[in-house]
Ligand binder design. Structure first.
Ligand SMILES: Cc1ncc(COP(=O)(O)O)c(C=O)c1O
Length: 444
């Protein structure tokens, strides 16, 4: 397989100091003194380079990356095409503001999104900076189109940290606690979480969710239903088959805009360009960010042209939205995904990882559930049955970090270990990362 990650770093795990090493410890002291303490740190190793499947720190350690900076560097860090495109764009011009004097890169990204997202109808796109900003704008667009106000989101949802998206996000700590009051007209309905609700019939689960919406909100008031196709921060929860298609059908019959938040699941991550494709779901609007631009800040809302065109001229935008450097990066990301067959690579990673995780589960009943799609996989850890085991989750993550494997946790109950390797990860590192996990589980 092509190693699409650059710079040309040795693709090896190399631990030469304690983790974190002395240089990182010194930098972390400065960080603690200088940076607001609300910004947490998962693993305080300070980075000097990253590419392929490794992250290199200031002490010379080379760590295996099962995090991709939270699902961002899907094509690899400083992927060669991205680095070249960004360098060229920086030398040409860095900013004019697309709303003042536009440029082709933005238009090309919009054209690419309109082509790549599900749905054979006429589409339009608008670009922003962060995932949360794009989610907010999807809601603005849906409200203008429907002339309605309510928004429904589900349990375990994560949509961001701005005021409206905090209201849409489910989990209080750390995302919302003490930051209210939150935006109004946001309502929460049940998600489909087969491991916890025990319901593998997605159609029945969707009917229950729809019933809640009809009773508590009413379709006549509802502008948009917003959902992640796989609940990300909520625990990599894949809804039972039939859940999403049933909800979409109801939205369509009731004049409700169905918005897919594919900020974490998008851009080849799940073994499809967009995760909604796994169930043939065609959203009205689709929100993208993270993997779209290989690490540069870019996000988008794409959807049915008639919905996207509802807001008045000047109603959408922002100083930096669709910055030319980020657009150059996005075009290089899309080229890399297509030229290097990264959708297929995500599926191959799924096969390797799931086989190994199933073998681990057979030896360890604390692995309650294995789930996800493509290179977006997770294990939910329990004491027994479905009782969450956040202590074990923390212990396994910490032990993996000590051995030079970057893994992240998530989940409403803090008991999910998630794996998001860059698709540029070579097989030998993928397997070495899994060896570390196996040994950590054996001793935790
Ligand atoms: C599904 C989903 N939506 C929205 C966001 C917010 O994106 P950002 O952090 O770029 O604002 C995230 C970030 O993790 C996410 O996973």
């Amino acid at each position: 397989m092509t190693n699409t990650g650059g710079p040309q770093l040795p693709q090896e795990r190399r631990i030469v100091t304690a983790i974190p090493g002395p240089e990182s410890v010194a930098l972390h002291e400065r960080k603690t003194a200088a940076v607001a303490s609300g910004v947490g740190t998962t693993l305080p190793v300070y980075v000097t380079a990253a590419g392929g499947g490794v992250v290199v720190d200031v002490d010379g350690n080379s760590l295996i990356d099962f995090g991709s900076g939270i699902a961002v560097t899907t094509v690899g860090n400083s992927a060669p095409r991205v680095a070249a495109a960004v360098t060229e764009q920086v030398a040409a011009f860095t900013h004019t503001c697309f709303m003042i004097t536009p440029y082709e890169g933005y238009v090309r990204v919009a054209e690419a999104l309109n082509r790549l997202t599900p749905g054979g109808f006429a589409k339009k796109s608008v670009l922003f900076n962060s995932g949360a900003e794009a989610v907010e704008n999807a809601v603005k667009i849906a409200r203008q189109f429907t002339k309605k106000q309510a928004v429904v989101v589900v349990d375990h949802a994560y949509h961001g940290r701005t005021n409206l998206t905090m209201a849409m996000t489910a989990k209080s700590m750390p995302y919302k606690s003490g930051f209210g009051p939150f935006a109004g007209e946001v309502y929460r309905a049940s998600a489909s979480y087969p491991f916890r609700d025990g319901d593998t019939d997605g159609v029945a689960a969707a009917r229950r969710t729809i019933d809640e919406i009809e009773k508590q909100v009413g379709a006549d008031n509802l502008a948009a239903f917003v959902i992640e196709p796989i609940l990300g921060e909520g625990g990599f929860v894949v809804p039972a088959p039939g859940f999403l298609p049933t909800i979409v059908e109801w939205c369509r019959a009731n004049g409700v805009v169905f918005v897919a938040d594919e900020v974490q699941t998008g851009f080849a991550r799940t073994g499809a360009m967009f995760a909604m494709e796994h169930e043939g779901v065609v959203p009205d609007l689709i929100v993208t960010a993270k993997g779209i631009a290989g690490g540069l800040p870019l996000s988008a809302v794409t959807g049915r042209a008639e919905i996207m065109d509802a807001p008045h001229v000047g109603g959408l935008g922002g100083t930096y939205g669709g910055n030319p450097i980020a657009c150059a990066a996005a075009l290089a990301v899309i080229e890399t995904i297509e030229a290097d067959g990264l959708v297929e690579r995500a599926r191959a990673i799924e096969k390797t990882m799931v086989e190994r995780l199933i073998a681990m589960q057979a030896k360890d009943p604390r692995i309650g559930d294995i789930r996800g799609r493509g290179a977006m996989l997770a294990v939910e850890l329990v004491t027994e049955g479905t009782t969450p085991n956040p202590d074990l989750t923390k212990a396994v993550a910490a032990a993996a970090h000590q051995q030079g494997l970057i893994v992240l946790t998530c989940g409403t109950y803090g008991n999910v270990l998630r794996f998001l390797p860059p698709l540029s990860m070579p097989d030998h590192l993928l397997n070495e990362g899994l060896d570390i996990l196996e040994s950590v589980f054996a001793s935790a």
